[in-house]
Write a protein that binds this ligand. Structure first.
Ligand SMILES: [Zn+2]
Length: 174
């Protein structure tokens, strides 16, 4: 499993409820806006309706986007969970998902950052690949905290890969 089932599921449910609750609200505000405009009852009433409509529509659009994203994260997980450890070209994944690489990357990076997707990341040596490590090694066996010999900064490195200091860019021996 690459993704946090509970997190994604609860987000999907919560946002779906928000969308369901907001749909009639948006419709009512739309009708109100029409009414205010048609009766030329402008001024404060119009401003109030516009403000409400604006806030509601923003929440509405955000919720729809969150549900879509959660769905895409589930699809990414479904695609990758059976795969062997190693590198997969981002172009291939994006193509399978039927989306632009740019769009896929934005969602992927966001999901990894929020720990919705685990045990996968952008391959640091060549960012046109993602790397999967769903293998037998535990996190502690894959990563090690160390200090950069050049600038002394603390870094967490992935064993077996060429890593560079996040602060000064010097190569760190693993
Ligand atoms: Zn350094």
């Amino acid at each position: 499993m690459y993704y946090e089932v509970a997190k994604i599921r609860s987000k999907k449910i919560l946002c779906s409820i928000i969308i369901a609750l907001l749909t009639p609200f948006v419709a009512i505000l739309g009708i109100l806006l029409l009414y205010v405009l048609l009766t030329h009852n402008e001024g404060e009433a119009l401003n109030a309706v516009l403000a409400f409509l604006f806030v509601t529509v923003i929440i509405y659009i955000r919720s729809i986007r969150q549900v879509k994203r959660a769905h895409i994260v589930q699809r990414i997980n479904h695609m990758l969970e059976q795969d062997e450890d190693g590198l997969i070209p981002i172009a291939d994944i994006a193509q399978q998902l039927g989306m632009e690489q740019r769009h896929f990357l934005r969602i992927f990076i966001d999901a990894v950052g929020k720990a919705q997707l685990r045990r996968c990341s952008i391959y640091p040596e060549d960012p046109t690949y993602i790397i999967l490590d769903n293998g037998s090694l535990k996190i502690k066996e894959r990563f090690r905290a160390t200090h950069c010999k050049v600038c002394g900064a603390a870094n967490v490195i992935r064993l077996g890969l060429d890593e560079h200091c996040k602060y000064c860019g010097s190569k760190i021996e693993s």
